[in-house]
Design a protein around this ligand. Structure first.
Ligand SMILES: Nc1ncnc2c1ncn2[C@@H]1O[C@H](COP(=O)(O)OP(=O)(O)OP(=O)(O)O)[C@@H](O)[C@H]1O
Ligand SMILES: [Mg+2]
Length: 403
């Protein structure tokens, strides 16, 4: 790739997606790198809808950038098909080069040309527009990102957040069918980061452009996305709204990568419609359709516990961490099967909880969810709480919490 973006066609994309058609459709896409082989992307299928902001979220090396580069056309898939803007862009018998896909790309390091002014950087991607129209389109887009007065400045005369907005302006100037952004906020300091992120998302929403972000930061992903696709080792483990991903993780990986969660081993008891765990029964799991006696995991967010007298779960606080919004506490709960089980819970910050104190907890059903794709090899009572993250899609509501 020679330039900072792929030079999308200006004006309406020739055959844009219809209302019902996704802007991006990946169907069974795989990509290996050699030597190795490294299975960077494995059998990924994903639709991105018009106007949607979708984030590919996952740990380093899980295949996020490769997926983005496949969509942009900087990589060729080994298997599967990629449709962009309603057109078959890559497949066994199809190939549309990056500059013809109508895709704008924003890179982590902005990739602005240091020897070009802000205006010239933005006009760089407008080479298909008559020369006389380029300055006015560049000024228009710089106005959208609130940088109109910076037209003649050079990149080194801008702050990090301003550079980021120039990169965004350059990506959207040719009116791409979609914008791809690879870790666009990762080299901004924490203070600037949230502000720039919110500004960029505001601009994307205003322009209505479809956008795929890549991030390994679950906070960003949950904050900005209509939907999040969680990737692990080249595969998509779960796609859902931030709320679905957070509250209803469908795999142990998703449960432990997105935030913090408690994983409670349990056994399905269909006659009661419940899952029995060390911490009590979680009911309404019949929707899972799992056979009686199946071993499952129930994910419960730390926010899922309320400290209240008569709550049913009595334990001893082991550690506390004051975060401002809450006190994150590790609580040891005596298990029905002997020994203690540890839970991570969020307690109200208004009270000075101390290690050694006894606390009584009530479980909010809304925060408990059966992890549908957890392997069933866990022995009952062998795995309990406390790894990072949470969410899932089954409905498990505890009716009685407490051994
Ligand atoms: N050009 C390449 N040649 C060989 N292997 C590669 C190449 N690019 C990526 N890989 C490998 O493919 C896998 C996926 O890489 P990718 O860059 O897609 O990960 P990522 O999710 O974007 O990670 P990060 O968050 O660190 O940017 C990794 O194991 C990586 O080492
Ligand atoms: Mg990457």
């Amino acid at each position: 790739m020679s330039g900072p973006m792929s030079g999308p066609e200006p004006g309406p994309v020739p055959s844009g997606p219809s209302a019902a058609e996704p802007v991006i459709r990946l169907d069974g896409v795989s990509k290996q790198y050699w030597p190795g082989p490294v299975d960077a992307v494995k059998d990924v299928s994903l639709d991105v809808r018009e106007g949607e902001i979708l984030t590919l979220l996952g740990p380093s090396g899980c295949g996020k950038s490769t997926t983005l580069r496949l969509v942009a056309g900087f990589e060729i898939p080994d298997a599967g098909e990629i449709r962009v803007g309603g057109r078959l862009a890559a497949g066994p018998r199809a190939w549309i080069p990056p500059e013809k896909r109508g895709v704008g790309m924003v890179f982590q390091d902005y990739a602005l040309f240091p020897h070009l002014t802000v205006g010239e950087n933005v006009m760089f991607g407008l080479d298909r527009l008559p020369r006389s129209q380029r300055p006015s389109r560049a000024r228009e887009v710089l106005g959208i990102v609130d940088l109109a007065p910076f037209f003649d400045r050079y990149p080194h005369e801008l702050s990090g957040g301003q550079k980021q907005r120039v990169a965004l302006a350059r990506a959207i100037a040719p009116r791409p069918v979609l914008v791809l952004m690879d870790e666009p906020f990762s080299n901004l300091d924490a203070h600037l980061r949230d502000q720039v992120r919110d500004e960029v998302v505001g601009i994307l929403r205003e322009t209505g452009v479809t956008c795929v972000f890549v991030s390994h930061d679950q906070r960003d992903a949950l904050a900005i996305s209509d939907r999040v696709a969680v990737m692990n080792r080249g595969r998509i483990e779960q796609v859902g709204t931030p709320r679905e991903i957070y509250k209803h993780p469908e795999s142990i990986f998703v449960a432990t990568f997105v935030g913090r969660t408690n994983l409670l081993a349990g056994v399905v008891q269909n006659e009661d419609g419940c899952v029995l765990t060390d911490f009590g029964s979680f009911c309404r799991v019949d929707r899972l359709g799992m056979p009686n006696g199946s071993q499952v995991l129930v994910a419960v967010r730390p926010d899922g516990f309320e400290a209240t007298a008569g709550g049913g779960l009595r334990g001893r606080i082991l550690t506390t961490l004051y975060t401002g919004a809450h006190v994150e506490a590790e609580v040891a709960i005596p298990s029905a099967h002997g020994g203690d089980r540890k839970l991570i819970v969020h307690l109200p910050p208004s009270r000075g909880y101390q290690p050694g104190e006894t606390v009584e907890l009530r479980l909010d059903p809304d925060f408990a969810s059966v992890v549908r794709n957890a392997c069933h090899s866990l022995g009952f009572g062998s795995a309990s709480a406390t790894s990072p993250v949470a969410n899932s899609s089954a409905s498990a509501s505890p009716v009685a919490a407490g051994p």
